[in-house]
Design a protein around this ligand. Structure first.
Ligand code: MLT
Length: 413
């Protein structure tokens, strides 16, 4: 009989979002009258239509495929140059970041890339994650065999957890011992916090001193409203030598279903081989992608290219402000109801302290039962997320307003 990857048996429960979906379905089955009233502010999935500029570009791309002269079969696994060029121009050069087009790898998602990157890293790295954290970083390390089993709080042996809580203003302290790989996500999922230049500079300096690699997830950079907050780790001097950056079209242009993202692996960024030599990660990622990935469809890449047109830029700015306005409505309604809330200013997530005495899952159940609103329990993001719940601003205005009316009525009682 074929054997299995036993590391999967170490994983706690299901992946967070399907697990929430399962509980919501169970509730809806048991309470058919409430089912139609459920409003989902759990997973950060967009609700508004794609920007018109992207739709037009994708229609045109379909037409291209209908004629032999403009047909495209397999594309380059790292993405078409015209998309890589326009990304570099707008997202990096315009911000003074020294990144070139051949350092950008187009992909179908930051989630896949932040998981896939482990293919090119050794199994003996000491890995640090913030706590709470986007669960993919942890679970993929468990699957890859980079951890031990979980303790009673769900923390896996071998990982270094860096708590981010209200007490430290959601800014993790540098590790007290040497770590080899550090996952950072800013604007942060799930807490909605941001990192200043000084904070990121500390991480870059730490990584340089210790030879560490920073895996920087900037999927929510479009939501930054506070002045002076960096949108890319490459705005920090020295970051090219220590960091890989993940970016996505999911949250700025609504591509969660369409799928397009990119990962930047600077040339000159190296890791250590078993024989002690330094090897460029760029070449390894190129090799990995060309073997395991056939590229994002031509149609979708044309859609992503249109994000950078004048119309596309205006339209995505409109989408982002729409969701940020939802976040403001959520934040202010909860504050009026006497809750303590964080985030939601430069991020589409509002991080809420649960009412006294309620655990994250208890507050999740209370909200579902009494208001039919679905949030994400903070403890699902890590032990230090216990006592918090995340609400996502990705929904229609009507649903957000209705959700806040219901929550306000229940919490005010
Ligand atoms: C979330 O809700 O945390 C995100 O939607 C997850 C993701 O982007 O994969």
């Amino acid at each position: 009989m074929a054997t299995i990857n036993d590391n999967f048996l170490k994983l706690q429960a299901g992946y967070l979002f399907p697990e929430i979906g399962r509980r919501v379905d169970e509730f809806a089955k048991a309470n058919p009258d409430a089912a139609a009233k459920i409003i989902k502010l759990g997973i950060g999935d967009v609700t508004e239509p794609l920007p018109e500029a992207c739709v037009v570009a994708m229609h045109k791309a379909v037409d291209d495929l209908s004629s032999r002269d403009s047909f495209h079969g397999y594309g380059p696994s790292e993405g078409y140059d015209w998309l890589r060029e326009v990304i570099v121009e707008h997202d990096y050069r315009a911000r003074g970041c020294d990144i070139s087009a051949d350092e950008v790898f187009i992909s179908d998602g930051s989630k896949c890339d932040s998981a896939g990157i482990l293919d090119i890293l050794g199994g003996d790295n000491i890995i640090a994650v913030t706590d709470p954290v986007y669960p993919v970083y942890v679970d993929t390390n468990v699957m890859a065999g980079n951890t031990g089993g979980a303790d009673g709080d769900g923390r896996y042996g071998g990982l270094v957890y860096l708590p981010v809580t209200a007490e430290n203003n959601f800014t993790p302290a540098l590790p007290t011992s040497k770590v080899d790989v550090i996952y950072l996500c800013y604007p942060n999922n799930p807490t909605g916090s941001v990192a200043t230049k000084q904070t990121l500079q500390k991480w870059v300096d730490y990584a340089k001193v210790h030879g560490s690699l920073i895996l920087f997830d900037a999927a929510y950079e479009a939501y930054i409203t506070e002045p002076g907050i960096p949108r890319s780790i490459y705005e920090i001097p020295g970051a090219r030598e220590v960091a890989i950056e993940f970016r996505s079209f999911s949250k700025n242009a609504g591509f969660t279903g369409t799928r397009c993202a990119f990962t930047v692996v600077p040339k000159g960024l190296t890791g250590r081989a078993a024989d002690g030599s330094d090897v460029e990660l760029h070449g390894l990622w190129q090799r990995r992608q060309s073997t395991k990935f056939n590229g994002v469809s031509y149609i979708v890449q044309r859609g992503a290219e249109a994000v950078y047109s004048e119309a596309g830029q205006q339209q995505i700015a409109g989408l982002v402000s729409f969701y940020l306005e939802n976040a403001r409505i959520i934040r202010e309604a909860l504050e009026r109801a006497g809750m303590t809330v964080f985030g939601g200013v430069s991020a589409p997530y509002v991080w809420i302290k649960t009412p006294a005495g309620q655990s994250s899952w208890e507050f999740f159940d209370t909200l579902l039962r009494d208001t039919h609103i679905v949030g994400t329990p903070g403890s699902g993001f890590g032990a230090a997320g216990e006592g918090y719940l995340r609400l996502s601003a990705f929904n229609s205005r009507e649903n957000v307003e209705e959700a806040m009316r219901r929550i306000g009525a229940v919490l005010a009682v």
